[in-house]
Design a protein. Sequence first.
Length: 168
Amino acid sequence: MRTPRPLWNPYVAGVVLGLGLLATFIATGNGYGVTGATTLATAAVAGRIDPAIVAQRTYLHGLFDAGLNRWIVWEVVGLAIGALIGSVLAGRFKLQVDGPVQAGRSMRLVLALTGGVAAGFGARLALGCTSGMGLSGSATLAAAGFLFLIGFFLAGIVFGQMTKGLWR
């Protein structure tokens, strides 16, 4: 196994992320985002399992009708493929269950699931995820983007304090 390439300097990575966001706005008229794709996929799967879930006047109805051939779905597919290629080329691809060293594997999976569900719920409630509402919203100077980021960081601080004993 080869030695992994070093991680990028966070300031350089931030500038590259910002330039990528600017290029995305210019080329497509849209910013970054992920939650819309997962919600569209949820509607597609739910509609196949039980059409009553996506019937008229339900939350998922319009999303089911929109289908999966949307820019945000293709963005997420490209993101996943690009991340896989990047991690393999950098020698950093590894299947593992990450998390606090003091927590066993089962606890780390529970924490990941709990955090994922909470983040997903919060993203739908805020009408955008960290990239969609936080990055793209703030880049357009939308007040909601800045409020989202403040809430996101405050929630992270609170949860970090609640679980800091697991990381020692």
